[in-house]
Design a binder for this molecule. Sequence first.
Ligand code: FA5
Length: 352
Amino acid sequence: MSQLEICLKQIEAIKGQFQADSASSKAQLSIKVVEDLRIKYLGRKGLVTSLMESLKTLSKEEKPAAGKVINELRQGVEAGLESLKVEADASALDASLSQYKLDISLPTQNLQGSLHPVTLMRRVMLTEFRKLGFTVYDGPEIDLDFYNFEALNFKEDHPARDMQDTFFVADRVATILRTHTSNIQIHAMMHEKAPMRVVAPGRTYRCDSDITHTPMFHQIEGFVVDKNISMGDMKGIVDRFLKQIFGQDLSIRLRPSFFPFVEPGAEFDLQCVKCRGAGCRICKATGWLEIGGLGMIHPNVFEKLGMDSEEYTGFAFGFGIDRIAMLRYGLADLRQLFEGDQQFLSQFPIQP
Ligand code: FA5
């Protein structure tokens, strides 16, 4: 018998042995059993590995043919081990699931239940706005660029678009996750007739994350459109609303600021509830926390929607609901709101 014939016979024998080992391993299949098989055949001193060594005994002409068959054997063994591993993983999972008994009919530990602080805050805010004569409006979280930017007077290449890092919806042209609730101004003004007094709470999205920013957050938009609306009306409503939420003794300040859909525009800050203005980590040592933007609706917005900007005026504002919840409930980090920690959440009441 030639050296090649001896080698091919060995290969056949190892192939048969692997098939027999695989079949018998199924009786007590585990990740360890599969690993032992791998070492036996493919380990440094494994049966397939040592076949490679035996190639050295073959002539130059015989080597390629034998090498090809050994490679096929190696691939067959690898594929066989992989499918055994999949089976072993599945049976390990079954075993651990069968030990874990879940009875969904049992009462939960937290019998009381509670509302999420953002839900609580939103309900409190809506109650206050209803008292001030506002109607609650809803609108899309996935929206067209037109409603989120264009109709709000953001020019195509306007740097203001960079102020709000936007998530785009893949494969759709000009479709985004709204970056603010101001898109509702456009939806509402296209469907309703002035006079309008609207608030619209909802989820908003931006690429943002630190102790006062999260990628998903909540805003509440409000706007009033009528004849002869002034900044005084705006200041009065916002002041009254915030004092209802935080009490009479907290200061509020307006700072001139730019939003393309209002003119003039401002941001408003609340004195830090934590340090009462002295400066702390939450207010980044400024004594103030920015909670929203506001301003008189820009005539371009009215004109774009076919409304006469000489006849109508209006104001709009947008607050971060999570920021207000953070201040109202004294939270140290905004991200706590979205971590789903039961202990944290169960501190809140079941009703506002
Ligand atoms: C706006 O989004 C404007 N649409 C507000 C507006 C409405 C101005 C109407 C004029 C008229 P701004 O980007 O500043 O503005 O966001 C408003 C508030 O949302 C912030 O003050 C803050 O309270 C909250 N906010 C913004 N980004 C985040 C974030 N990543 N996480 C949590 N809250 C945020």
